[in-house]
Design a protein around this ligand. Structure first.
Ligand code: NDP
Ligand code: 2IT
Length: 453
């Protein structure tokens, strides 16, 4: 890194030395934009960069709620409003016991550049709570969401900040939060995306992140004369992104060998087909069960429970052509990356946010693996959220085919923009640099024009 960039990095570390995930996200970003140091006047470079790593605002609040046994419970919740240069803050809410300010700042930071890449007028934000939805009844989740919205409601708005889903937050939670907002403010407006289509949700929003990941990966493969037909794929996770990534991979003629959850890994050499995927959807979305059940039903599959002390994940050691991490951050470490390379993996398409550690990323790229970074490859979800905002403003609802066609166009544009930025400022096929730089330039121009704010 040049001195000017290093100074920004040092300050982030000095201010928040315990925020490891945020520091990781900033390191990746600064390593890329450092390549612009000679292209942008120093003052502009410096003054935009030192602001861009600081959230415009971060709200922390308590969420009191009562469980089914009548006991009073308490959780901590957050909303990080990172950057509004391009439009209202936009990004999901995550409910998971690991949620803290570092994780939400990294997610809001990534979101800012991702949203820029979509080409829509969206700023970046992220929020969530350390609430653990696992094992909670619908009533408990509802009361928690209602209590959370009593405070969050005053900080959001259709032109201010528009949250959506992420880990642990899907249609059910969005519905409860939306219903409470309506009671509090007496307004039916698009203050959340990912709503059910019966009350303002966009068709294809549930599918969008997974479908978009496959669209962008297909575009990347196409440029190399490759495709998905008959190729074997590893998918991790079994939630929203993993399910619809698998669904689209199957539609494109690929074979999916693996899925997982936070308890363990599933390996099915005969392939997870449409019928088995339907079983997983019911298991995870309706019954909220564990993926281990799959191996009891389909005897051809093997289930391996996660071993807390293991240094690598067996899912990434299955021989396949392409890999799609769709669970959580840092799920591919250096050991996993070495396994992927040794097994001849050709593409890693990130459905999750920052699923690959910095060192693992380097190993993959040094070995010629095509790496589609999450801020580009999982942008389909927020892109269709942006389209949901447009539909809400118009008080119209587009057909699934109309939305899907726009999603495809957006993902192709993202591929084209990140590959041109990689060639212009870095090296061909360095899509990490391409995504960081293409996302940054647009925001930087906007921040500058608005008075370095
Ligand atoms: P879901 O809650 O629907 O699913 C998450 C999946 O990942 C589940 O299978 C879960 O297991 C597993 N998982 C979560 N945390 C861990 C962990 N610490 N270790 C191992 N497995 C874990 O979330 P999404 O599918 O929405 O999100 C997945 C990823 O995609 C996240 O990184 C998210 O930020 C990203 N993303 C999501 C978008 C969206 O539109 N939803 C858009 C763009 C990115 P279990 O079932 O046991 O909980
Ligand atoms: O990480 C993400 O892009 C999301 N969780 C989706 C955000 C959104 O506003 O749809």
């Amino acid at each position: 890194m040049h001195d000017a960039t290093q100074r920004i990095m040092d300050r982030v570390i000095q201010l928040d030395s315990n925020q490891t995930e945020f520091i990781q996200a900033v390191t990746s970003f600064l390593n890329s934009v450092d390549k612009l140091v000679d292209d942008i006047p120093q003052l502009i470079y410096h003054k935009v960069l030192d602001r861009i790593v600081e959230p415009e605002r971060a709200i922390i609040f308590r969420v009191p709620w009562v469980d089914d046994d009548g006991q009073m419970q308490l959780n901590r919740a957050f909303r990080v409003q990172m950057n509004s240069a391009l439009g209202p803050y936009k990004g999901g809410m995550r409910f998971h016991p690991s949620v803290n300010l570092s994780i939400l700042k990294f997610l809001a930071f990534e979101q800012t550049f991702k949203n820029s890449l979509t080409g829509l007028a969206l700023g970046g934000g992220k929020g969530g709570s350390d609430f653990n939805p696992k094992g909670k009844s619908d009533g408990e989740v509802m009361r928690f969401c209602q209590s959370l919205m009593i405070e969050l409601g005053r900080h959001i708005g259709e032109d201010t900040d528009v949250p959506a889903g992420d880990i642990g937050v899907g249609g059910r939670e969005i519905g409860y939060m939306y219903g409470q907002y309506k009671r509090l403010y007496n307004k039916s407006v698009g203050i959340l995306t990912g709503k059910h289509p019966s009350f303002g949700g966009s068709y294809i929003r549930p599918e969008a992140t997974g479908y978009g990941l496959v669209y962008l990966s297909a575009a990347m493969l196409d440029a190399e004369g490759k495709n998905l037909q008959d190729k074997s794929c590893l998918v991790s996770g079994s939630g929203n992104v993993a399910q619809f990534t698998t669904e689209k991979l199957l539609k494109m003629g690929a074979k999916v060998l693996t899925m997982s959850d936070s308890s363990g890994v599933l390996i099915d050499p005969s392939g997870i087909d449409e019928e088995k995927l339907a079983f997983i959807k019911t298991l995870k979305n309706v019954r909220r069960g564990r993926i281990a059940e799959y191996a009891q039903k389909y005897k051809e599959a093997t289930y391996i429970a996660h071993n807390g002390s293991a240094t690598s994940n067996p899912l990434w050691d299955v021989k396949a052509d392409y890999a799609f991490p769709c669970a959580t951050q840092n799920e591919i470490n250096t050991e996993d990356a070495k396994h992927l390379v040794a097994n001849g993996i050709q593409l890693v398409g990130e459905g999750a946010n920052m699923p690959t550690t910095l060192d693992a990323e380097q190993i993959l790229m040094d070995n010629g693996v095509l790496l589609a970074p999450g801020k580009a490859s999982n942008a389909g979800g927020v892109a269709v959220s942006g389209l949901e905002m447009v539909q809400n403003s118009q008080r119209l609802q587009w057909t699934p085919a109309q939305v899907d066609a726009q999603l495809l166009t957006i993902m192709k544009n993202i591929y084209s923009n990140i590959s041109s930025a990689a060639e212009k400022y870095s090296t061909k096929n360095n899509f990490v640099d391409g995504a960081n730089i293409a996302g940054f330039i647009k925001i930087s121009d906007a921040m500058l024009a608005q008075g370095y704010v």
